[in-house]
Each structure stands twice: as structure tokens, then as C-alpha cells.
Write a protein that binds this ligand. Structure first.
Ligand code: FAD
Ligand code: 2HG
Ligand code: ZN
Length: 482
């Protein structure tokens, strides 16, 4: 394993794959969907950050629910552990094996099943790539209620399993609101049909919510039914500079009031994040080059009345400039400029990857306190590493990233447990949107009471008694019997 998994022991109750297992899987899936090739496995064993590495010898690529059901039923009876995998863009080590778990990747389950232009409900298979869904809907005059930098690779099943937030949550809310139905295969192979397409349905417990954000620990999502908003004609983007964090906060307060119903994104980045992007991504230019600012804010509006929306945004900016909240700013004049503004914000994780090793913390913190943590971390680390703050300010979600030339236990010891204790003390969440995965399974108590964690473990036990689904992740190992 990697630097982060050295203390975990393989659960001895799990079997190891043998020749008969391979024959069985080949019979169900056909030989082309039973992957044992070293190179392919190397990729599937390694996470996006190249931080977590498993040693699985087998990846399965089911094409439909029935095949997946048969696979899981068999794995459960043989006590073979599995890791569900979508686009493998997860940032908490949840999507790759820890040891030799079988990788079940959903990429071949990528059909769009139906789209209703009246209700806006899209039904599709879990392996659909987010960007493909965005493109499909665009032609119909609709958009996805979520958007994120990983859209070119991440799959809707992975998005739902992590309850991904992203860049438009401030407008359309979380997937707990927009996902209205799911089909899920349980550990024992049973197929749960919860694939409703109704906006309202109060017939008892709404069990699909258990699977939204459960990171593959309770079942494998095979189909998703999701409410999609109409594509509106007028989208505007402003890229603004603020001299201090208090101005960013006040700007958010103002934006919620003055832009109200057309506000569709409110993102921020600090000077360190901006420097990284400018330095590591060739195609990026600074839209506000005349000076260096401490903070940048990206505001997007989406509405249906071009002249009205533009007028609103311009009046908002004028007011923000006059009151000194904003020091400089630009409104995108065309589609290319709009994309280039977004590229700065969305490119930060990639730029950080190019800069070397990175420790990522994805925190919900009350907005007033949020940037204090970045500053305290900078003081703690001195010059030992570069501390970067950015994220979804409109949602109270900070992405605190610590960038160093290589992973170093001395740096890690300065960061943890400090970052978790600080967050807990301010009643924040140690995972706003990326999940717990392997990285934070043992840290859950910083954000959840022990009674709640106990109940999670009971639900896990009920749905997956042998613990074959994504072991070592999400729930502390002490609560899983082995
Ligand atoms: P994977 O990484 O393959 O898997 C993620 C988890 O879900 C794993 O635990 C896996 O076991 C489980 N899983 C996957 N598919 C299934 C399934 N069908 N059934 C059950 N379990 C499953 N996240 C955000 O929330 N907001 C962002 O703005 C954001 N931006 C990102 C930008 C970049 C550049 C990158 C690299 C990542 C970003 N992420 C973001 C994190 C990541 O993209 C999301 O968590 C994404 O939703 C994961 O989807 P995936 O298909 O890649 O899933
Ligand atoms: C984003 O908002 C993603 O860009 C990634 O959630 C954040 O890499 C990170 O820390
Ligand atoms: Zn994010």
C-alpha cells in the first residue's frame, strides 16, 4: 500500500481469487470483460492523485444489471471483496482497492434510457460519463443540475455514490434533492428497484437516500433517475479581485441579495491558487493582470432575460466597486472568455497535481471562519509547503490543499490532526463533498457522534453482512467484525 494505508490489515475472512472464479466470471461476462492485463490493472489500481495504490489482479466490466447481480451474488457467496469503480476521479482513496479486492467498473453500463422533456427527468445507466449527459441534454435544451471539473471522466453513478457537490450546488442543491430514483444491486445480488421518476413519493422510507453518498459501501448503483433544469438563454460570468477575505464574504452576502434568483455559482480562490494555475497550465492567462490581488471570486448568473440579467450583474458590480469590496473585475464578453474564466477555477486540482505531492482537505466551515484555517496552516507550516485555499464559497466549502515537492511524514504531522481538530471545534465537516473513502474512514468521529456512526455500522451490517463492498472505507474498521 501507500503511505496512507500502512496500518491497515487485510481482512483474513476474504478469499483470494482462484482459477474457477475466473472461469465463472468469464461465463457470465465473456472473456473480454474479465480484465487481467497488467497495464490496465495498474491504471485501475491507482487513484487520480497517484496517492493510493491497490494490488488487485482482476477487474470486471459488467454490461447490465443482470450481469452485475450475478457477479455480486457469487462474490458474496465466496466472500470475495469488491471495489465499485466509476471514472476513478475520487479524491479520498475510495475508488481503488486497498489490497486485492476485485474492481467492478461500470463504464460499459453507459446507456441513456429515457428523457422526458416535460418533467425534465433523465433516466440513465450508472456508467454514463457526466460530460456525455451534459452534451445529450444540451441538444434537448436542458442542463445537468451538477457540474464539476472532472466531468470528462467521472460517471453519474460515481457522482451519486459520492453525493458530489460541484460548481452549481448553490443554485440547484445537492443530489439528495435532484436524484429522484435509483436502481441498486445489493451485496447479495438482489436488485432494488427504486427507479421512480416522480418528483413526489412519500410511500414510506425513502431508501434511495442511503445510497446517495454511501461511496459504494452499501450497494452498487446501476441506474439513476435525475431531475434536470431547463437550459436558460442568458449566462454571464464575472471574474473579480478582492483585497481581503472579509470583502469576499461581504460580496457573497450582497450577491445573494442583489443577484438573487439568477445567481448560479459563487467560487473563490486565493493568490496562491491563482499562481499555481498560471504557472502550471499553459493555456491560462490572468484576466486581471494589472496588479496582484489576494483573492479572486468567480460569479456566474443564469437567467432567461438577457438584457435584464446583464443589467443586474453590471449594477451589482458597480455597487461592489464603489463600496470598495471589489478592486478589479471583468465580465466575460463571449463564450471563449467565459470558458477561460471557468478554466482557471476548474484547473486548480490539475495544477496542484503538476506541482508535486498534495494533501487535500475538503471542509465545510462557517464562512466567517473559513479562511482563518488557511492562515493558521500557513503559519504552522512556515516555508515547508505551499498552502492553497479555494472552493465553493457560496456553499461554505473550503478546499484547503497543501502542496509539497513530495509526500513527507513531517509535513503530514503538522497538518493532521490539527486540521480535523480545528474543523471539529468550529462545528464544521471534515468532508463537505468528496466523502470519507479510505483517507477519512477512521476520522469520522470528528464530524459525527458515536451513536450515529454506530447506526451507520448497523445499516452496513444489515445490507452487507460479510462486508465485501468497498472494505476499509467509510466506516471505522473497529466497527466491522473480522
Ligand atoms: P469514482 O472515483 O470511480 O468512485 C468514487 C466512489 O464512489 C468510490 O468510493 C467508489 O467505490 C464509489 N462508486 C463509484 N461508482 C459507483 C457505483 N456505480 N455504485 C456504487 N458506488 C460507486 N467532487 C465534488 O464533489 N465536487 C467537485 O467539484 C469535484 N471536482 C473535482 C475535480 C477534479 C479535477 C477531480 C479529479 C475530482 C473532483 N471531484 C469533485 C471528486 C470526484 O470527481 C467526484 O467525487 C466524482 O463524483 C467521482 O465520480 P467517479 O465516477 O470518478 O467515481
Ligand atoms: C474542486 O472543487 C474539487 O475543484 C477538487 O472538488 C478540490 O482538489 C480539491 O481539493
Ligand atoms: Zn469542490
Amino acid at each position: 500500500g501507500s503511505a496512507t494505508s500502512t496500518t491497515i490489515q487485510r481482512n483474513p475472512l476474504f478469499s483470494t481469487i482462484n482459477h474457477e472464479d475466473i472461469i465463472y466470471f468469464e461465463n457470465i461476462l465473456g472473456p473480454k470483460s474479465v480484465i487481467q492485463d497488467d497495464e490496465e490493472l495498474q491504471t485501475a489500481n491507482t487513484d487520480w492523485m497517484h496517492k493510493y495504490k491497490g494490488s488487485s489482479k482482476l477487474m470486471l466490466l459488467p454490461e447490465n444489471t443482470e450481469q452485475l447481480s450475478q457477479i455480486l451474488k457469487y462474490c458474496n457467496s465466496r466472500c470475495l471483496a469488491v471495489v465499485p469503480q466509476g471514472g476513478n476521479t475520487g479524491l479520498v482513496g475510495g475508488s481503488v482497492p486497498v489490497f486485492d479486492e476485485i474492481i467492478i467498473n461500470t463504464r460499459r453500463m453507459n446507456n441513456i434510457i429515457s428523457f422526458d422533456e416535460v418533467s425534465g427527468v433523465l433516466v440513465c445507466e450508472a456508467g454514463c460519463i457526466l460530460e456525455n449527459l451534459i452534451t445529450f441534454l444540451d441538444k434537448k435544451g436542458f442542463i445537468m443540475p451538477l457540474d464539476l471539473g472532472a466531468k470528462g471522466s467521472c460517471q453519474i453513478g460515481g457522482n451519486v455514490s459520492t453525493n458530489a457537490g460541484g460548481l452549481r450546488l448553490v443554485r440547484y442543491g445537492s443530489l439528495h434533492g435532484t436524484v429522484i430514483g435509483l436502481e441498486v444491486v445489493l451485496a447479495n445480488g438482489n436488485v432494488m428497484d427504486m427507479l421512480g421518476t416522480l418528483r413526489k413519493d412519500n410511500t414510506g422510507y425513502d431508501l434511495k437516500h442511503l445510497f446517495i453518498g454511501s461511496e459504494g459501501s452499501l450497494g452498487i448503483i446501476t441506474k439513476v433517475s435525475i431531475l434536470t433544469p431547463p437550459k436558460l438563454s442568458s449566462v454571464n460570468i464575472a471574474f473579480l479581485a478582492c483585497q481581503d477575505y472579509i470583502s469576499c464574504q461581504k460580496l457573497l452576502f450582497q450577491a445573494k441579495r442583489r443577484l438573487g434568483e439568477i445567481l448560479s455559482a459563487f467560487e473563490f480562490l486565493d493568490a496562491e491558487a491563482m499562481n499555481l494555475v498560471l504557472h502550471h497550465l499553459d493555456s491560462v492567462r490572468n484576466p486581471l493582470p494589472s496588479s496582484i490581488y489576494n483573492f479572486y471570486v468567480l460569479i456566474e448568473t443564469t437567467g432567461s432575460n438577457e438584457s435584464n440579467d446583464k443589467e443586474k450583474l453590471e449594477a451589482f458590480l458597480l455597487h461592489a466597486m464603489e463600496s470598495g469590496l471589489v478592486s478589479d473585475g471583468a465580465i466575460a464578453q463571449d463564450f471563449n472568455q467565459a470558458s477561460s474564466f471557468w478554466h482557471i477555477r476548474e484547473g486548480i486540482p490539475e495544477a496542484l497535481m503538476k506541482a508535486g505531492a498534495v494533501y487535500k482537505y475538503d471542509l465545510s466551515i462557517p464562512v466567517e471562519k473559513m479562511y482563518d484555517l488557511v492562515e493558521e496552516m500557513r503559519i504552522r507550516l512556515g516555508g515547508k509547503a505551499n498552502v492553497v485555499g479555494y472552493g465553493h464559497l457560496g456553499d461554505g466549502n473550503l478546499h484547503l490543499n497543501v502542496s509539497a515537492s513530495q509526500y513527507d511524514d513531517n509535513i503530514l504531522a503538522e497538518i493532521e490532526p490539527f486540521v480535523y481538530e480545528w474543523t471539529s471545534r468550529h462545528r464544521g465537516s471534515i468532508s463537505a463533498e468528496h466523502g470519507l473513502g479510505l483517507m477519512k474512514a477512521e476520522k469520522i468521529y470528528y464530524s459525527k457522534s458515536s451513536g450515529t456512526v454506530q447506526l451507520m455500522a448497523s445499516i452496513k451490517k444489515l445490507l452487507d453482512p460479510s462486508g465485501i463492498l468497498n472494505p476499509y472505507k467509510v466506516i471505522p474498521s473497529s466497527l466491522i467484525s473480522s
